[in-house]
Design a protein around this ligand. Sequence first.
Ligand SMILES: Cc1cc2nc3c(=O)[nH]c(=O)nc-3n(C[C@H](O)[C@H](O)[C@H](O)COP(=O)(O)OP(=O)(O)OC[C@H]3O[C@@H](n4cnc5c(N)ncnc54)[C@H](O)[C@@H]3O)c2cc1C
Length: 416
Amino acid sequence: MSSTAPPLKVLIAGGGIGGLAAALALSQASSAAHGPALHLQVWEHKLAWSEQGAGIQLGPNAVRHLQAWGLGNALEQVAFLPQHLVVCNAHARKGQVGVLGRLRLGQRMQDCYGAPYFTLARADLHQLLLSAVKALPVELQLARRVVSLKVEPQVEVKWEDLKPVSGSEALNTQIFDAVVGADGIWSYVREALLHDGPAHATGHCAYRAQLPMQALPAQLRSFDVTVWLGYRFHVVHYPVKGGTVLNVVVIVQGSPCDKEQWLPQITSVQSAGCRASTQLLDVLNAVDDWQSWPLFDRPPLNGPQAMAQGHVALLGDAAHPMRPYLAQGAAMAIEDAQSLAQAWGSRVSSAAPELQIPQAMQAYALNRWRRNAQVQRRAQRNGFVFHLQGPMAWARDRSIQWLGESVLDIPWLYSA
Ligand SMILES: Cc1cc2nc3c(=O)[nH]c(=O)nc-3n(C[C@H](O)[C@H](O)[C@H](O)COP(=O)(O)OP(=O)(O)OC[C@H]3O[C@@H](n4cnc5c(N)ncnc54)[C@H](O)[C@@H]3O)c2cc1C
């Protein structure tokens, strides 16, 4: 390809955390490798840039990539650096010590894994990525929904214009050299690639809320990541917005997504015969406004061929939606983005990009699918362990008490 060859057209479907991270990483890697010119586009079907949900924990495995992309300082401005992850028994009775174990975060994470463990508002992370992408030659399009695509040899994408003024219901068609499906758990790109139907309901439901720290009594102002383990539920809370806001997530198993049912279920005497700890109840009762969030997932992909085919690859929740019990879904999307960019930067040259793009996509999938599957499985297992009752819960609690940090830390996860 000569220098006057048209740029390679690459579409990232979906402008969430994964899609924007991929745009940033790909754009940087391609220019650092002096690869062929790219016309990189991100299409988001929402009408405005926004990020739903509340808070997010980011382990060092994700933070190190954000730092490498030049976002370290900006991240520090919006993130909080908690000192501990504290695991508590939600059913501790009055007078009992609810704390089962602690994992040191803060400086220890930096020392052990080379990057910090942060907590932050999802909207802040999304905004940070968006601002970085806006500073690059990347075309951002809102109100564009990818509806279907044909994979070989180039990718023919059908899309719908959702702008209220467009008035056109006809589908548009565009050809791309490569497409990255970062369109989340209900991914259209995945359906076109794998035809494996929708994600399935897990029967678990998340409730999210944010509370100004100032509105809480002093003894409830917690600056750690705190996890309360209960029978068929658990609660996680941690500070965001520089420590001024407490993010609270309750995950309830097997109940309908209806606060009128789960809140009394936690707060009253349960079938396990235990009431939730007073301190936990005080935090939950301080919340007026819960956002409910039914949880869906999929089994792990069964090989790299399911993550990338020809000129199309899946990334983030589109490839591996996972239960939030390891706080790693967005982190895996960020890791995916870094891996995709690395594969692209090292393989796609000006010589024969039409051959090299599928190779780069396969290299990416080969590098990622197994780790994503491992993290998905571990997240699912955590959900089971978190919600135990009776003797199994007793054994879990004793192992956390006796083994402490050695069961709470996950070196294979954070060091990769
Ligand atoms: C309760 C809860 C707590 C969590 N906590 C954590 C945590 O602490 N740490 C962590 O790392 N992860 C966490 N996660 C997981 C994390 O939120 C997700 O894994 C992550 O947001 C996935 O990012 P994504 O970009 O792949 O998908 P999404 O965030 O879903 O983004 C997909 C984007 O694509 C757009 N889109 C969809 N369809 C189309 C289409 N056809 N055309 C164009 N655009 C489209 C959507 O509007 C959206 O903007 C949590 C999840 C839940 C539910």
